[in-house]
Ligand binder design. Structure first.
Ligand code: AMP
Ligand code: MG
Length: 438
């Protein structure tokens, strides 16, 4: 049974919608969002960035046999003299993909190439640059190798029966290679999350429209589209919706019919004179938050039901009868910050991905930073390397939540935590690097 949003709120200690610490907001979203069940089989090329729906268990050893890690000579390690050079007769050659058919007898060595299967009885490879070769014999100086050197063991990369990759993992370039090394041509992944979004506001114009007096171009749909694309979800852009109840209600319903999640920007501020909040509250189970963060305080969170009689209109295989609503503030920087601080992880969880905590760097502040305890601040920062080769971070100029340029200039967000106060020059601060996000 789906609990109401109030029920979820009641389970979170310290919940206060009018001053919600970021940790509680994250906990709330964690409890709110459903997880993905619908599974697809895709070829390796289509698996990059997708979420694995099942553990991948290795059906073979990688590598399948012991083999050489160097171009050199395979020998019995026990036959090497520790104090004096050892002389051995070369009995043949093994190539990668073409094993040596004969036997390596005592007193013999086998010329071997990288990746060639180790001959029976041999356990060590001496790299060719260490030996002298004359008249079909090699001389191995004392002490250049120890037993087992330069030999790769069967299954040392992946052992048969071992879990190679876990369900919930977002497939990386290395994972694709790993899957191929197991001989897998396809893999089971969750279907992509469908995310619909629109901008709300009478002042907003599209980039192909004339900019009427008092109006601005809608930038949020472009940053949102881009952030969603990077997350690997399927996007549905519903455009700019005017501040008009019928149009807004229609947009919300259309979005909820086709998507797992709906993201809006604008119209959720305290004291907002438009209809967005009203329509949200009428259409679904919606809470209006003031989050203890800067920028990005006002936010709406909710569930919008799919219209009765239109069952099956949602994404294929989707059991949930609701779409999750993320009503973000309108200011362009606030949109990006709330997305990274709250929405990103919720969408990843909905996609079936296991928690992917953002890697934070600890970097020394180049100058003092003012910060009030009792809210989480996300200041736009530039990490650079100083004359001593140490990384320091400074704040970009103006930090206003409407100054999108600050996000373009920055290479990360300085995260000043809820209880943290003023930062002195040289203090270490947490930085969320954009290259891990964008
Ligand atoms: P709101 O949250 O609707 O009060 O909007 C806060 C500020 O963000 C206002 O200055 C809006 O004009 C601006 N804003 C809202 N939506 C957008 C958008 N899609 N693109 C650019 N600016 C916006
Ligand atoms: Mg507005």
């Amino acid at each position: 049974m789906i609990t109401s949003l109030q029920d979820i709120a009641a389970r979170i200690s310290g919940y206060d919608a009018s001053a919600l610490p970021i940790a509680q907001a994250r906990e709330f979203l964690d409890r709110l969002v459903p997880s993905m069940h619908s599974v697809q089989t895709v070829s390796l090329y289509d698996a990059l960035g997708r979420v694995l729906a099942k553990d991948v268990v290795s059906k073979l050893n990688v590598p399948p046999q012991d083999n050489s890690a160097m171009d050199g000579y395979a020998l019995r390690g026990a036959e090497l003299n520790a104090q004096a050079p050892t002389s051995l007769t070369v009995c043949g050659t093994a190539f990668a993909g073409q094993a040596f058919e004969g036997e390596v007898e005592s007193g013999q060595t086998l010329r071997i190439m990288t990746g060639a299967v180790m001959p029976a009885g041999c356990d060590t490879v001496v790299p060719q640059e260490f030996v002298q070769l004359a008249d079909g014999r090699v001389t191995v100086p004392a002490g250049v190798v120890t037993v087992g050197d330069n030999r790769r063991l069967a299954g040392e990369d992946l052992a048969m029966g071992e879990v190679a990759l876990r369900s919930g993992r977002i497939v990386t370039p290395a994972d694709l290679g790993l899957l191929a090394s197991l001989g897998l041509a396809s893999v089971e992944v969750f279907r992509p999350l469908q995310v619909a979004f629109f901008s709300a506001g009478n002042e907003l114009r599209g980039v192909h429209e004339v900019l009427d007096a008092g109006c601005i171009y809608d930038s949020n749909r472009y940053t949102l589209w881009a952030m969603l694309k990077r997350l690997g979800v399927d996007v549905l852009d519903l455009g700019v919706i005017p501040d008009e109840p019928v149009a807004l209600a229609k947009a919300f319903c259309q979005a909820a019919e086709t998507a797992d999640a709906v993201i809006t920007t604008g119209g959720v501020s305290v004291g907002e004179a438009d209809h967005t909040k009203q329509v949200m509250a009428q259409l679904g189970d919606v809470l209006f938050w003031t989050v203890g963060m800067r920028p990005g305080r006002p936010m709406a969170i909710g569930r919008i039901p799919r219209l009765a009689g239109k069952v099956g209109g949602g994404p294929a295989g989707k059991p949930a009868s609701h779409a999750i609503l993320f009503g973000l503030p309108g200011n362009p920087v606030a949109v990006m910050v709330t997305f990274y601080a709250l929405v990103r992880d919720a969408l990843l969880a909905m996609s079936g991905a296991s928690a992917q905590p953002l890697p934070l760097m600890r970097v020394a502040a180049a100058k003092a930073i003012r910060k009030k305890p009792g809210r989480t601040e996300y200041q736009r920062g530039v990490v650079s390397v100083d004359a001593q080769g140490l990384q320091t971070v400074r704040i970009t100029g103006a930090q206003g939540s409407g100054i999108l340029r600050s996000m373009s200039e920055a290479n990360g967000l300085i995260v000043l935590h809820h209880d943290q106060g003023n930062v002195a020059a040289g203090d270490l601060v947490d930085v969320m690097p954009f290259h891990a996000l964008m």
